[in-house]
Design a protein around this ligand. Structure first.
Ligand code: PEP
Length: 249
Protein backbone atom coordinates (compact mmCIF):
# COMPACT_ATOMS: atom_id res chain seq x y z
CA UNK A 1 0.00 0.00 0.00
CA UNK A 2 1.39 3.38 -1.01
CA UNK A 3 1.74 5.76 1.92
CA UNK A 4 0.62 9.39 1.63
CA UNK A 5 3.05 11.77 3.29
CA UNK A 6 3.33 15.50 3.89
CA UNK A 7 6.67 16.56 5.36
CA UNK A 8 7.60 20.03 6.58
CA UNK A 9 11.22 21.03 6.09
CA UNK A 10 11.91 23.85 8.53
CA UNK A 11 15.41 24.45 7.11
CA UNK A 12 17.53 26.83 9.26
CA UNK A 13 14.48 28.45 10.87
CA UNK A 14 12.94 28.44 14.34
CA UNK A 15 14.43 28.88 17.78
CA UNK A 16 14.05 25.90 20.08
CA UNK A 17 11.09 27.55 21.83
CA UNK A 18 9.32 28.48 18.58
CA UNK A 19 9.95 25.04 17.17
CA UNK A 20 8.49 23.27 20.19
CA UNK A 21 5.43 25.55 20.00
CA UNK A 22 4.87 24.94 16.28
CA UNK A 23 5.39 21.19 16.61
CA UNK A 24 2.99 21.01 19.55
CA UNK A 25 0.32 22.90 17.61
CA UNK A 26 0.54 20.60 14.60
CA UNK A 27 0.73 17.52 16.81
CA UNK A 28 -2.29 18.57 18.84
CA UNK A 29 -4.36 19.18 15.71
CA UNK A 30 -3.71 15.71 14.33
CA UNK A 31 -4.23 14.11 17.72
CA UNK A 32 -7.74 15.52 17.65
CA UNK A 33 -8.24 15.07 13.90
CA UNK A 34 -6.48 11.86 12.89
CA UNK A 35 -5.52 11.59 9.24
CA UNK A 36 -4.48 8.75 6.95
CA UNK A 37 -1.62 11.02 5.80
CA UNK A 38 1.71 10.56 7.58
CA UNK A 39 2.70 14.01 8.79
CA UNK A 40 6.42 14.66 9.29
CA UNK A 41 8.30 17.68 10.56
CA UNK A 42 12.02 18.27 10.07
CA UNK A 43 13.54 20.74 12.54
CA UNK A 44 17.25 21.42 12.84
CA UNK A 45 19.50 18.71 14.25
CA UNK A 46 19.91 20.33 17.64
CA UNK A 47 16.16 20.59 18.18
CA UNK A 48 15.33 16.99 17.26
CA UNK A 49 15.23 15.53 20.79
CA UNK A 50 13.22 18.35 22.37
CA UNK A 51 10.81 18.77 19.47
CA UNK A 52 10.48 14.99 19.24
CA UNK A 53 9.39 14.78 22.89
CA UNK A 54 6.30 16.86 22.12
CA UNK A 55 5.12 14.57 19.31
CA UNK A 56 2.64 11.73 19.51
CA UNK A 57 0.59 11.92 16.31
CA UNK A 58 3.21 13.03 13.80
CA UNK A 59 6.70 11.89 12.81
CA UNK A 60 10.14 13.43 13.07
CA UNK A 61 12.84 13.86 10.44
CA UNK A 62 16.36 15.27 10.23
CA UNK A 63 17.26 17.51 7.30
CA UNK A 64 20.59 15.86 6.56
CA UNK A 65 22.98 13.22 7.84
CA UNK A 66 26.74 12.59 7.69
CA UNK A 67 28.39 10.59 4.93
CA UNK A 68 30.51 8.69 7.49
CA UNK A 69 29.26 6.50 10.29
CA UNK A 70 31.35 7.82 13.22
CA UNK A 71 34.70 9.29 14.20
CA UNK A 72 36.78 12.41 13.68
CA UNK A 73 34.39 14.46 11.54
CA UNK A 74 34.00 17.69 13.49
CA UNK A 75 30.58 19.27 13.23
CA UNK A 76 28.95 16.30 11.53
CA UNK A 77 25.91 14.36 12.77
CA UNK A 78 25.68 10.64 12.09
CA UNK A 79 22.66 8.55 11.19
CA UNK A 80 23.10 6.67 14.48
CA UNK A 81 22.91 9.94 16.42
CA UNK A 82 19.76 10.90 14.54
CA UNK A 83 18.23 7.53 15.26
CA UNK A 84 18.99 7.97 18.96
CA UNK A 85 16.83 11.12 19.07
CA UNK A 86 13.74 9.13 18.09
CA UNK A 87 13.56 10.51 14.54
CA UNK A 88 12.23 8.17 11.85
CA UNK A 89 13.17 10.00 8.63
CA UNK A 90 16.12 11.88 7.12
CA UNK A 91 15.83 14.31 4.20
CA UNK A 92 18.79 13.73 1.85
CA UNK A 93 19.88 15.49 -1.30
CA UNK A 94 17.85 18.65 -0.85
CA UNK A 95 18.80 21.08 -3.63
CA UNK A 96 20.22 23.49 -1.04
CA UNK A 97 22.61 20.75 0.12
CA UNK A 98 23.52 20.01 -3.48
CA UNK A 99 24.02 23.66 -4.45
CA UNK A 100 25.63 25.19 -1.33
CA UNK A 101 27.48 22.17 0.05
CA UNK A 102 28.42 20.38 -3.15
CA UNK A 103 26.57 17.15 -2.40
CA UNK A 104 26.43 14.88 -5.41
CA UNK A 105 24.62 11.66 -6.18
CA UNK A 106 27.55 9.42 -5.24
CA UNK A 107 27.86 11.03 -1.83
CA UNK A 108 24.11 10.75 -1.41
CA UNK A 109 24.22 7.06 -2.23
CA UNK A 110 26.59 6.59 0.74
CA UNK A 111 24.39 8.66 3.02
CA UNK A 112 21.29 6.71 2.00
CA UNK A 113 22.96 3.40 2.88
CA UNK A 114 24.11 4.68 6.29
CA UNK A 115 20.64 6.01 7.05
CA UNK A 116 18.96 2.74 6.02
CA UNK A 117 21.43 0.76 8.14
CA UNK A 118 20.11 2.61 11.18
CA UNK A 119 16.51 1.75 10.33
CA UNK A 120 15.80 5.34 9.33
CA UNK A 121 13.89 6.24 6.17
CA UNK A 122 15.56 8.56 3.68
CA UNK A 123 13.47 11.17 1.86
CA UNK A 124 15.59 11.42 -1.26
CA UNK A 125 15.24 14.75 -3.09
CA UNK A 126 15.79 15.06 -6.81
CA UNK A 127 14.94 17.67 -9.41
CA UNK A 128 16.26 19.78 -12.24
CA UNK A 129 17.34 23.42 -12.37
CA UNK A 130 15.53 25.84 -14.68
CA UNK A 131 18.17 25.75 -17.45
CA UNK A 132 17.91 21.96 -17.55
CA UNK A 133 14.13 22.10 -17.94
CA UNK A 134 14.37 24.81 -20.57
CA UNK A 135 16.85 22.68 -22.49
CA UNK A 136 14.39 19.78 -22.33
CA UNK A 137 16.87 17.78 -20.25
CA UNK A 138 14.83 17.46 -17.05
CA UNK A 139 13.91 13.78 -17.46
CA UNK A 140 17.56 12.81 -17.99
CA UNK A 141 18.73 14.83 -15.00
CA UNK A 142 16.22 13.24 -12.65
CA UNK A 143 16.87 9.77 -14.11
CA UNK A 144 20.60 10.14 -13.40
CA UNK A 145 19.98 11.32 -9.86
CA UNK A 146 17.63 8.44 -9.09
CA UNK A 147 19.80 5.82 -10.82
CA UNK A 148 23.07 6.90 -9.19
CA UNK A 149 21.73 7.21 -5.66
CA UNK A 150 19.10 4.48 -5.47
CA UNK A 151 19.80 1.74 -7.99
CA UNK A 152 22.35 -0.12 -5.84
CA UNK A 153 19.68 -0.76 -3.23
CA UNK A 154 17.71 -3.99 -2.97
CA UNK A 155 13.94 -3.89 -3.46
CA UNK A 156 13.57 -4.39 0.31
CA UNK A 157 15.82 -1.41 1.03
CA UNK A 158 14.02 0.70 -1.55
CA UNK A 159 10.78 -0.06 0.24
CA UNK A 160 11.99 2.24 3.05
CA UNK A 161 12.87 5.13 0.74
CA UNK A 162 10.62 8.09 -0.07
CA UNK A 163 11.37 10.15 -3.19
CA UNK A 164 10.70 13.88 -3.30
CA UNK A 165 10.61 15.48 -6.74
CA UNK A 166 11.56 19.10 -6.22
CA UNK A 167 12.15 21.15 -9.36
CA UNK A 168 14.81 23.58 -8.14
CA UNK A 169 13.19 26.48 -10.00
CA UNK A 170 10.09 26.02 -7.84
CA UNK A 171 11.78 25.89 -4.42
CA UNK A 172 11.15 29.03 -2.41
CA UNK A 173 10.40 31.01 -5.56
CA UNK A 174 6.61 31.15 -5.44
CA UNK A 175 6.60 29.47 -8.87
CA UNK A 176 4.97 26.07 -8.60
CA UNK A 177 5.20 23.27 -11.13
CA UNK A 178 1.82 22.88 -12.77
CA UNK A 179 -0.16 19.81 -11.71
CA UNK A 180 0.52 18.37 -15.18
CA UNK A 181 4.28 18.99 -14.93
CA UNK A 182 4.34 17.34 -11.50
CA UNK A 183 2.26 14.35 -12.61
CA UNK A 184 4.39 13.89 -15.74
CA UNK A 185 7.65 13.73 -13.77
CA UNK A 186 6.21 11.62 -10.95
CA UNK A 187 4.88 9.07 -13.46
CA UNK A 188 8.29 9.08 -15.13
CA UNK A 189 10.10 8.45 -11.83
CA UNK A 190 7.70 5.60 -11.07
CA UNK A 191 8.42 4.20 -14.51
CA UNK A 192 12.19 4.26 -13.88
CA UNK A 193 11.63 2.41 -10.60
CA UNK A 194 9.36 -0.09 -12.35
CA UNK A 195 11.96 -0.78 -15.04
CA UNK A 196 14.72 -1.51 -12.52
CA UNK A 197 12.81 -3.02 -9.60
CA UNK A 198 9.61 -5.04 -9.57
CA UNK A 199 6.12 -3.69 -10.12
CA UNK A 200 5.37 -3.77 -6.37
CA UNK A 201 8.34 -1.50 -5.63
CA UNK A 202 7.09 1.05 -8.16
CA UNK A 203 3.50 0.90 -6.98
CA UNK A 204 4.49 1.18 -3.31
CA UNK A 205 6.93 4.07 -3.81
CA UNK A 206 5.75 7.31 -2.22
CA UNK A 207 6.73 10.22 -4.45
CA UNK A 208 6.31 13.68 -2.94
CA UNK A 209 6.16 16.96 -4.79
CA UNK A 210 8.10 19.94 -3.40
CA UNK A 211 8.39 23.53 -4.60
CA UNK A 212 6.21 26.44 -3.48
CA UNK A 213 3.41 24.13 -2.44
CA UNK A 214 0.83 26.04 -0.40
CA UNK A 215 -2.80 25.72 0.71
CA UNK A 216 -4.02 27.35 -2.52
CA UNK A 217 -2.35 24.86 -4.89
CA UNK A 218 -1.92 21.68 -2.83
CA UNK A 219 -5.29 20.17 -3.75
CA UNK A 220 -4.63 20.38 -7.51
CA UNK A 221 -1.14 18.90 -7.09
CA UNK A 222 -2.20 16.09 -4.75
CA UNK A 223 -5.12 15.13 -7.01
CA UNK A 224 -2.70 13.54 -9.47
CA UNK A 225 -2.46 9.75 -9.34
CA UNK A 226 1.34 9.72 -8.98
CA UNK A 227 1.66 12.59 -6.50
CA UNK A 228 1.58 11.01 -3.06
CA UNK A 229 2.06 14.10 -0.95
CA UNK A 230 4.42 16.99 -0.52
CA UNK A 231 7.69 18.21 0.89
CA UNK A 232 6.89 21.68 2.16
CA UNK A 233 9.35 24.47 2.97
CA UNK A 234 8.04 27.98 3.65
CA UNK A 235 4.43 26.99 4.24
CA UNK A 236 5.49 24.47 6.90
CA UNK A 237 6.56 27.29 9.21
CA UNK A 238 2.96 28.31 9.94
CA UNK A 239 0.76 25.73 11.63
CA UNK A 240 -2.41 26.88 9.83
CA UNK A 241 -0.85 26.70 6.36
CA UNK A 242 0.84 23.37 6.99
CA UNK A 243 -2.34 21.84 8.38
CA UNK A 244 -4.38 23.21 5.47
CA UNK A 245 -1.96 21.61 2.99
CA UNK A 246 -2.29 18.25 4.73
CA UNK A 247 -6.05 18.57 4.75
CA UNK A 248 -6.01 19.14 0.98
CA UNK A 249 -6.05 15.37 0.64
C1 PEP B 1 11.82 22.80 0.05
O1 PEP B 1 12.73 23.49 0.45
O2 PEP B 1 11.91 21.56 0.05
C2 PEP B 1 10.63 23.46 -0.46
C3 PEP B 1 9.78 22.75 -1.14
O3 PEP B 1 10.53 24.80 -0.18
P1 PEP B 1 9.27 25.74 -0.52
O4 PEP B 1 8.03 24.98 -0.16
O5 PEP B 1 9.47 26.94 0.33
O6 PEP B 1 9.35 26.02 -1.99
Amino acid sequence: MRKLIVAGNWKMNMTLQDGIKLAAEVNEFFKKNPTEVEVIIAPSYIHLPDVGRSLSSISLSAQNSASESAGAFTGEVSAEMIKSTGAQYVILGHSERRTYYGEDDNLLRRKIILVLEQGLKPIFCCGEILAEREAGNHFNVVKNQVETSLFDLSADELDNVVIAYEPVWAIGTGVTASPDQAQEMHAYIREIIRAKFEETAAENMTILYGGSCKPSNARELFKNPDVDGGLIGGAALKADDFIAIIQSF
